[in-house]
Structure formats: C-alpha cells, structure tokens
Design a protein around this ligand. Structure first.
Ligand SMILES: [Zn+2]
Ligand SMILES: [Zn+2]
Length: 265
C-alpha cells in the first residue's frame, strides 16, 4: 500500500425499518419496506487511520426508535481499529446518527465544516423541523470540543491528509461534507447523507430531510465528479452496500465490508 492509498471499511451499527414512501419527497408509489442501515466508516492507511462519523448511542437510538445492531466500538475493534488511539475523526454533519458516542475517541481531533457548526448552533435550530434531526447533547459535546481545541474547521474543499479530502455538499444539512479517498481502485467517495440510498443519486430523488433542494440535486453531480466513476460513490444509509462489497474478513458478512475492493458483479 503506497503512502497515499487507503483501505476503507463500512461498519454497520444500526437499522431502521421503514416504508419506501418515507424515504422520498413526494413519497413512493410502491407500498413496500425500504429500510435504512446506519454506518460509520474507517479509512485505514499505512501511517494513520481516520474514522468518518461516530454513530448514535443506545439511549438516543432507543428514544428515536432506531435499532442498535452492534455498538460502534465493537465494529471498529473487529477490524483492529482501537478508538482510544484514533487521532482524526471526520464528521460528515451533525445529525444525531453521525456524531453521537462523543466520548469514544478521547485523543481525536474532529473535522467539521464551518457551515455545519453555524447551522446547528444558530437561528435554524429555533425551528422544530430543522432541529429535529439534531441531538442537543451531541451538539453541546461538539461545542465543548471546540473550546478544548479539538475541532478542525473546513470551508468547502480541504485536504485532511494526502489522498483524503473533504468537500462541502450542503443540501441535506447546511454544512454536510463528503469524503474522497484514494484507494487501489481509484477515488472512492463516502457520500454520507449526500445520497442516503443509491436510488436518490441514480434517479435524482430527494430524501425528505432537506435544508436546500438545489444543493441536494447539484450534490449528486458533485459526488460523481469527485469519484472515479458513479460506482465509486458510496451512499450513507443503503443496506445494498453490504451486498455489493465483500466482507472485510470471514465472519463479518452483513456487518463490515471493504469499499476499496471491487464491488461484486
Ligand atoms: Zn443526516
Ligand atoms: Zn444519516
């Protein structure tokens, strides 16, 4: 593995049974289930490991009726990532399912877009509909990290390390960012909630939680431009990801997959 080429793991920790109509503005004509999976991601290079997003914890998951399948710590440990040693965590955005477990990485610096912190601590949170996806304690924990000097702010596109960069997308949340990673198969883009499911990007449809519709739709083009091909874009909540990519190792099927590997035909 060269210095600027990485392995990427998608680690599933949660699940939510829901109907297809709940996943799209304008609903869906099919009366079928279309569940969401919840992931964190690990970007593992020869020199260092980056974790993307930190998931929700059991208490918040239960209150919001999301199933905790396997705690985030357990998933990371299964691939040899020790949360106590992780030095950099990239937070795609501050929604509850992406920034909980805030004590899990005691040594880490957190990478966040300026606009997301402004959004989740400012006037938009006066509106119930906009603050609904944010967890007050998680936001406060990030504010405390700012005061502890543990947050690195980014504005638009920025390089975190050679081969790892963040890019502002917005749309779903004001400061949502995706992560572009150099791998053995080219540039993979971890879209997070810039496309929840493959169908959002492929069919230009939009998830109901939205701050700016134009940015969501323009964001699909941006994801494809950043990735080596559309097949290099990894959605943030699609159970299909676990089927398309090979397990990280035997025994981890349906739990942890390798995104730097070629997808199965
Ligand atoms: Zn979100
Ligand atoms: Zn999400």
């Amino acid at each position: 593995m060269s210095e600027d080429s990485y392995e990427i793991f998608a680690v599933r920790y949660g699940h939510h049974k829901r109907k297809a109509a709940e996943n799209y503005i304008g609903g869906d004509p099919h009366d079928v289930l279309q569940p969401l999976d919840y992931f964190v991601w690990a970007i593992v290079g020869p020199a260092q490991t980056f974790v993307v997003d930190t998931g929700f914890d059991e208490i918040v998951g239960a209150r919001r009726k999301r199933e905790m399948v396997t705690p985030v710590r357990k998933g990371l440990e299964a691939i040899g990532v020790d949360p106590d040693k992780v030095e950099n965590v990239i937070v795609s955005h501050m929604h509850f399912d992406h920034c909980g477990n805030f004590d899990l990485f005691p040594r880490a610096r957190y990478h966040l877009q300026d606009r997301e912190m402004t959004y989740c601590t400012g006037r938009c949170m006066c509106h119930a509909q906009l603050r609904n996806s944010y967890e007050e304690d998680y936001v406060v924990a990030m504010v405390r990290k700012v005061f502890a000097g543990r947050v690195a702010f980014h504005d638009g596109s920025d390089e975190i390390a050679p081969g790892v960069s963040v890019h502002h997308i917005g749309g779903h949340a004001k400061g949502l960012q995706c992560v572009r990673v150099k791998t053995r198969r080219g540039y993979v883009v971890l879209a997070s909630d810039a496309t929840h499911l493959y169908t959002h990007m492929e069919q230009s449809r939009v998830f109901p939680t939205t701050y700016n519709l134009e940015e969501v739709l323009e964001g699909y083009a941006k994801l494809k431009k950043l990735a080596s091909s559309p097949a290099h874009v990894v959605p943030g909540h699609d159970p299909e990801v676990l089927k398309r990519y090979p397990a990280a190792k035997a025994g981890l099927e349906g739990w942890i997959v390798r995104l730097d590997a070629e997808p199965k035909a």
